[in-house]
Write a new protein. Structure first.
Length: 300
């Protein structure tokens, strides 16, 4: 990196947004880690927890939080709305988003920031290590196939251009967020594909999405709280809805048919004994609802 790049990075500001819901036991270690790293930029926690969780978080902020830490209580409007609220409360050049159940690796923030020395980079996908692994590819990638299946591998070393970030570890140039309007709150449930939708819109505007393996964290995938759905039928409903919404906006001419076939496969795979028609109806109806409203962006 040359001297001009160093001067550019020195002049850039960085902030952190954490959306949380009923995960105080995992959020607290993350906040303590951010305090230990002596963050200079804003750290915004957008809290959609129940009263008990909000109170515990508020007590910590009163007793432990530096002046640049902000606790914002928000109505349970969903993850995209929480993230939008968070980044709009900052005035930084680069906004890093992490989940509330992660442990950040060394050099995490400098690795994110360094990618933005290239003015064409609008978003950075950081490395996400999980156990057990959820990845289905060996080479670095994160993309949606024409019919809706996601292919992903974001737990390797190195750097590369990719099509999308993952919500547990991602950052965006503020200019890119402002020009795009931010996350689309029309994605619901577990909010599958909401960050991918934003990245697809950014790439359509000419920005690049860069994978940076040095910006690494461990994602603990805590089973309680958050936006994880426990009911199998609800998981199917929202995955199919969000797939339809995404394909309507970003898919090609055959995506409607391919997506419906993929939804049928998802429905059959998720069905329980005696519920074949019910699963198929749930998946098809949700897919159609997502497709029907897929052209409009709800950037609340």
């Amino acid at each position: 990196m040359n001297a001009d790049h160093h001067r550019l990075l020195d002049a850039m500001s960085l902030g952190v947004v954490v959306a949380t819901k009923d995960r105080w036991t995992s959020l607290r270690p993350l906040l303590e880690q951010l305090v230990d790293q002596a963050m200079e930029g804003p750290v915004v926690v957008v809290d959609q927890s129940s009263q008990q969780g909000r109170d515990a978080c508020a007590d910590w902020f009163r007793d432990r939080a530096p002046s640049n830490f902000q606790h914002v209580v928000a109505s349970p409007e969903g993850l995209p709305a929480a993230r939008n609220k968070g980044w709009r409360l900052t005035q930084v050049d680069v906004v890093v988003f992490v989940d509330d159940d992660v442990t950040i690796g060394p050099g995490f923030f400098s690795a994110h920031l360094s990618a933005y020395a290239d003015g064409t980079v609008g978003a950075v996908a950081g490395r996400v290590t999980e156990s057990p692994s959820v990845y289905n590819r060996t080479q670095v990638c994160n993309r949606v196939e024409w019919y809706g299946r996601v292919l992903c591998q974001l737990d390797v070393e190195g750097e590369a251009d990719v099509e999308s970030v993952r919500g547990a570890n991602m950052s965006f140039r503020r200019e890119a967020l402002q020009r795009s309007g931010g996350f689309d709150s029309g994605y619901g449930g577990s909010f599958f594909l909401e960050e991918t939708d934003l990245c697809s819109r950014l790439r359509g505007m000419g920005w690049r999405v860069r994978y940076v393996g040095a910006a690494s964290l461990v994602h603990h995938r805590v089973s309680v709280g958050g936006c994880r759905l426990t009911a199998k039928r609800e998981r199917l409903r929202w995955r199919c809805h969000n797939t339809g919404r995404y394909l309507r906006r970003h898919g090609g001419g055959l995506s409607a048919i391919g997506g419906l076939a993929y939804v049928f496969w998802l429905s059959i795979r998720s069905m329980t004994t005696g519920s074949a028609m019910g699963s198929l109806r749930t998946g098809a109806h949700a897919y159609w609802r997502g497709w029907r409203h897929g052209k409009s962006i709800q950037a609340t």
